[in-house]
Design a protein around this ligand. Structure first.
Ligand SMILES: NC(=O)C1=CN([C@@H]2O[C@H](COP(=O)(O)OP(=O)(O)OC[C@H]3O[C@@H](n4cnc5c(N)ncnc54)[C@H](O)[C@@H]3O)[C@@H](O)[C@H]2O)C=CC1
Ligand SMILES: O=C(O)CCC(=O)C(=O)O
Length: 448
């Protein structure tokens, strides 16, 4: 870790004091502050306006009870969250996560990251995140619907097209967004399409939103490789996770000529030397809601591994697309020993700080999540544009917009890294350029 400038150090101490026990939030804040020494040296106005301290304190944190009834008639209670972190650039925007590990600290880390990610997209969106410790895994559709209806019965009063626009994340896909949108419409008696993104194509959704986060991660990887005269073609790629982000990262990498040979879920990983069969993976994960053991059982070229880690599989490109802190220092050492060239975070903060340092020491191209996975939220903003103009764009047009956005995100990160004397450091570049953009807006809007 870098030695922090005294102004940044004071802010970090305050964050630790005010938010005890929120390890992931501390980690996310520290990772940003670690890159800001040269910025506060050049821009004393940010410290003078207490911008950094304000940025670390959410504008609003909402926590609520979510009661619902399971299929056996038992009343269950979960906890719901929405952290509206920063609205200097636009309405709060960010997904909802339904997973048993969700707590306030997790939602704050995700909401904090979202501020900078959303700024990087160049779209007018602020940062927020929400979710619940509800676990949709193993629940019937009827149970998921009742949970979503109860969740929205509280959340609806806090959101709106101009206020706060949630979307999906882990455990929240098209099915959940449908139930949430239905309940919002019912309670408010408004067909307010722009209140949620990730909607179905037939009722206000955007083509490419489903694919966007994974595709965008691969577009960013393509741009990073190009800075060293390399391409994805013929490269061995491994992906962690097998959910929304992982599936479409694998699909786009394969479309660009890579051989995607492994992916994982919470029960282990599969290796498929013939290249992952994306159609089969989608069918098992998206339709049957099955496991990777099913994939291995149905695909002759695949083997399932319940022990070890997907990061043990030799590859030139690794795309962590599951969850936070899933790739640690020892995994990074293994990847380096196996000759990895580039790592792009499809997930939010999947690499530990130690892993990031090891990759930097070994000159591995590294794209932080707030840059690499920004294509998802950017395409959500494209969905909002289509909703606002009552329009519907073709797949190719929307994908081209996404591709250009990712080219621009990459260029902005690379340029800021150059300007602040750390060429090729995408972590610093992403933090610096987005921090400056948000801070300038906050200064312009006054002390609010
Ligand atoms: N869906 C989106 O548009 C975006 C998602 N992300 C991030 O991408 C990551 C994946 O999200 P999605 O693919 O949307 O979720 P998903 O629910 O579709 O898939 C999550 C995948 O991660 C695995 N996973 C989750 N928790 C795990 C754990 N504790 N240990 C091992 N594996 C675990 C699951 O088995 C599953 O394969 C998350 O970090 C999310 O915040 C980032 C930007 C946008
Ligand atoms: O599409 C969105 O609004 C949010 C996506 C998201 O949650 C993320 O970028 O982590």
């Amino acid at each position: 870790m870098a030695e922090l400038d005294p102004a940044l150090s004071r802010v970090f101490s305050t964050v630790l004091d005010r938010n005890p026990g929120e390890a992931e939030f501390h980690q996310a804040v520290r990772e940003v502050l670690d890159t800001l020494n040269p910025v506060v040296a050049r821009h004393p106005e940010y410290a003078e306006g207490s911008i950094i301290e304000r940025l670390c304190e959410p504008e609003r944190q909402i926590m609520f009870r979510v009661p619902w009834t399971d299929d056996q008639g038992n009343v269950r209670i979960n906890r719901g969250f929405r952290v509206e972190f920063n609205s200097a650039l636009g309405p709060y925007k960010g997904g909802l996560r339904f997973h048993p590990t969700v707590n306030l600290g997790i939602v704050k880390f995700l909401g904090f990251e979202q501020i900078f990610k959303n700024a990087l997209t160049g779209m007018p969106i602020g940062g927020g995140k929400g979710g619940s410790d509800f676990d949709p895994k193993g629940r019937s559709d009827a149970e998921v619907m009742r949970f979503c209806q109860s969740f929205m019965t509280e959340l609806y009063r806090h959101i709106g097209e101009y206020t706060d626009v949630p979307a999906g994340d882990i455990g929240v896909g098209g099915r959940e967004i449908g139930y949430l949108f239905g309940q919002y419409k019912r309670i408010t008696n408004r067909y307010e399409s722009g209140v949620l993104t990730g909607k179905g194509i037939g009722w206000g959704g955007s083509l490419v939103r489903t694919e966007a986060t994974g595709y965008g991660t691969v577009f960013f990887t393509r741009e990073m490789l190009a800075t060293r005269g390399l391409s994805l073609s013929g490269r061995r790629v491994i992906v962690s996770g097998s959910g929304n982000v992982a599936i479409y990262a694998a699909e786009k990498a394969a479309q660009l000529g890579a051989q995607v040979v492994a992916c994982s879920d919470s029960g282990g990983y599969v290796v498929d030397e013939a290249g992952l069969d994306i159609a089969l993976l989608r069918e098992i994960k998206e339709i049957r809601r099955g496991r990777l053991t099913d994939y291995a059982a149905e695909r002759e070229s695949a083997t399932h591994h319940a022990e070890g880690s997907v990061w043990d599989v030799p590859a030139e490109i690794a795309l962590p697309c599951a969850t936070q802190n899933e790739l640690d220092g020892s995994h990074a050492k293994t990847l380096v020993a196996n000759g990895v060239l580039a790592i792009a975070e499809g997930a939010n903060m999947p690499c530990t700080p130690e892993a990031v340092s090891i990759l930097a020491e070994n000159n591995v191209l590294f794209a932080p999540g707030k840059a690499a996975n920004a294509g998802g939220v950017a395409t959500s903003a494209l969905e909002m544009q289509q909703n606002a103009s009552r329009d519907r764009w073709h797949f190719d047009h929307t994908e081209q917009r996404l591709d250009q956005i990712m080219v621009d995100v990459h260029a902005r990160c690379a340029e800021a890294a150059e300007t602040y004397d750390c060429p090729g450091n995408y972590v610093a570049g992403a933090n610096i350029t987005s921090f400056i953009q948000v801070s300038d807006a906050m200064l312009a809007l006054g002390v609010i």
